[in-house]
Design a binder for this molecule. Structure first.
Ligand code: PLP
Length: 399
């Protein structure tokens, strides 16, 4: 905090895959902000849809019997799109809220099933699931958990190690509510799963009667070249968590798509059971209107298909850096995502600064990794130019 104070880069405007700072300098948005600006900046159709809804009715409570039309429409659209049969959609204001919701729903489910001791959530080393109470408790990024006192019951297992997951579940399934997994780990450094790992983890969850939840906050809505990575990896989770790409960040919105197993107990005829959870802005009408306009763009412009075409281009360009002496590892291979890890975080920051001087904004994440997750509207030429700048910046820092 002290280091950046007084050195803000103030961004004034965006257009497609590019940003402009207050001095008018044009920058390529290599991370799509925090992995979310999928349809690109400056989309008037989304701004217009949000403004029109705000003029009609900005938002209203969606508690109990109350509802707003864009909320119902978006819930139905997402229920059709989601990689689950007959899901129900629970809306939140963002990803951390959605993780909180999925974690509470998992625990509430087991309580209703007469097994209230099943409370622990299992995740992986380097996992990131936001920063609220549950997200902070279950992260595999240790610095995010420091100095906060007692956290909620959690266990972290090594990534891509089914034997480790099996032994935790074999020993403790009686207290484990769920396993949460990002299909491609994002903030931990862009880490795609080993072949078969996620399906294997799901099978273990089934065997030990533990819920399986995919956190698609980054991967959802096309980032991996299909609508949801859950489909790409052939998974059948009990819940899918989403945020970011549902609005491309134009409005704050997230949610959980829950499978019938999780929602049915609360909807049975005559039941007085209830999942007592809801946020002031759950199903915010203007945010939902923005999401509808964003999904229209995604579909009409074939942007998910564009991701499928662009992804191998990004993979090849990123892999080109793997032999550079400053680079310790390149992780890529799934979707429009790559992580270029430098030998030290200091070097990564120096390379990011050199990129900025040359017109490319890159973000440094865990262990000195450069996050490359450009907007879906990027072109091959944009990616070539970005890689050119990263290459020059590596050379400049090496010199
Ligand atoms: N889950 C994952 C996988 C994320 O990457 C993030 C944010 O980056 C979150 C959850 C939390 O989302 P938010 O920052 O919208 O609260």
């Amino acid at each position: 905090m002290a280091e950046v104070s007084g050195h803000e880069l103030v961004l004034a405007r965006g257009d497609g895959a590019y940003l402009f700072d207050e001095d008018g300098r044009r920058l390529f948005d290599a991370p799509a902000s925090l992995w979310y600006c999928n349809v690109g900046h400056g989309r008037e159709a989304i701004a217009d849809a949000v403004a029109a809804q705000m003029r009609r009715l900005e938002a209203y409570s969606n508690f109990e019997h109350l509802a707003t039309r864009p909320t119902l429409e978006l819930a139905e659209r997402l229920a059709d799109m989601a990689p689950l049969d007959e899901p129900k959609i629970f809306f939140t204001s963002g990803g951390s809220d959605a993780i909180e919701t999925a974690a509470k729903l998992s625990r509430r489910y087991w309580s209703v099933m007469g097994r209230p001791e099943k409370q622990t959530i299992v995740t992986r080393h380097l996992a990131y699931h936001g920063l609220h109470g549950f997200g902070t408790s279950i992260t595999g990024l240790d610095p995010n958990r420091e100095g906060l006192g007692d956290l909620l019951p959690n266990v972290q297992v090594p990534n891509n190690d089914l034997a480790a997951l099996e032994s935790v579940l074999a020993e403790r399934a009686d207290v484990v509510a769920a396993f949460f997994a990002e299909p491609v780990m994002g903030t931990g450094g862009v880490i795609p799963p080993a072949e078969g790992y996620l399906a294997g983890a799901e099978a273990l969850c089934r065997r030990f009667d533990v819920l399986f939840v995919t956190d698609e906050v980054i991967t959802g809505f096309g980032r991996t070249g299909v609508m949801f990575a859950t489909e790409l990896f052939g998974l059948h989770p009990d819940a899918v968590v989403f945020a970011k790409g549902v609005t491309s960040g134009y409005m704050p919105l997230g949610g959980v798509a829950a499978a019938p197993r999780l929602w049915k107990p609360f909807f049975e005829e005559g039941t007085s059971l209830m999942f007592r959870h809801g946020l002031t802005y759950s199903g915010h009408a203007a945010a939902c209107a923005g999401a509808m306009a964003n999904l229209d763009i995604l579909e009409k412009e074939g942007l998910v298909e564009q991701v499928a075409e662009l992804s191998p281009v990004l993979h090849d360009l990123a892999r080109g850096f793997s032999t550079h002496p400053l680079v310790s590892e390149v992780r890529t291979g799934v979707g429009l995502l790559a992580g270029v890890q430098l030998s030290t975080p200091q070097l990564a920051r120096a390379v990011a600064a050199a990129c900025l001087e040359r017109g490319v904004l890159v973000r440094v994440i865990t262990n000195g990794t450069l996050q490359l997750s450009p907007p879906f509207v990027s072109t091959r030429e944009d990616l070539d130019a970005m890689a050119g700048v990263i290459g020059e910046s590596l050379e400049a820092v090496a010199r």
